[in-house]
Design a protein around this ligand. Structure first.
Ligand code: URA
Length: 196
């Protein structure tokens, strides 16, 4: 399975990015990963989604958001892109390796985020998105703190913040779950329409 579609013009750059990170030892997360997860979707991309970190499915399959939370994200994207289905998107994470302890997912620490920030920035520069969508608080805080500046230059891309899909997954089919899901779709849809 190949869940990354790249414009041939970006092939070399993406290969270079992967080669630079595939054996990364910048932080201790390399010890518990199966592989570095670069993302999934299209490059370049109109919209770049920034999640937190790979979970078990992502670590095993090598693509971002391919587990249960990913199904919710796919539904949000499908509903929000309804009028603009031709818009492309790429999904990556604040850290490329799964933070795990005794088989359970962990929240990435600042040192992990810091160690991975150049990979995210390089992915953003490759994707050239017109909108960044931070999924959850970790992605939002990493974006504001570490990622929107590159070599001291601001990356001036508009961004929005949505609830993390794993949070929506936990809410399930409750009233609050439906409300939060709809709120995410509406916020993303508005931001997308603003790109036209
Ligand atoms: N949660 C994330 O933040 N990223 C993934 O890739 C999967 C679950």
């Amino acid at each position: 399975m190949n869940l990354i579609q790249i414009d041939p013009k970006l092939d070399k750059q993406f290969t270079r990015l992967k080669q630079g990170w595939v054996n990364c030892h910048n932080c201790k997360l390399h010890k518990c990963r199966t592989q570095v997860v670069f993302g999934r979707g299209q490059l370049p991309a109109d919209v770049l989604f920034l999640g937190e970190a790979p979970g078990e499915s992502e670590d095993l399959l090598g693509y971002a958001f391919v587990g249960k939370a990913g199904k919710i994200l796919d539904k949000i994207i499908y509903a929000a892109f309804y009028n603009e289905p031709e818009y492309s998107y790429f999904i990556t994470n604040t850290v490329g390796c799964r933070p795990t302890y005794k088989g359970k997912n962990e929240t990435p620490a600042e040192k992990h985020i810091d160690a991975c920030k150049e990979r995210v920035v390089d992915t953003i520069l490759l994707a050239q998105p017109r909108l960044v969508v931070c999924l959850g608080k970790i992605a939002l805080s990493a974006w504001k703190k570490h990622l929107y500046k590159y070599q001291d230059k601001e990356i001036t891309i508009p961004y929005i913040h949505l609830r993390h899909p794993a949070y929506l997954l936990r809410l399930g089919h409750t009233q609050e779950g439906t409300r939060e899901f709809d709120a995410s779709v509406n916020k993303l849809n508005k931001a997308i329409e603003g790109l036209a």
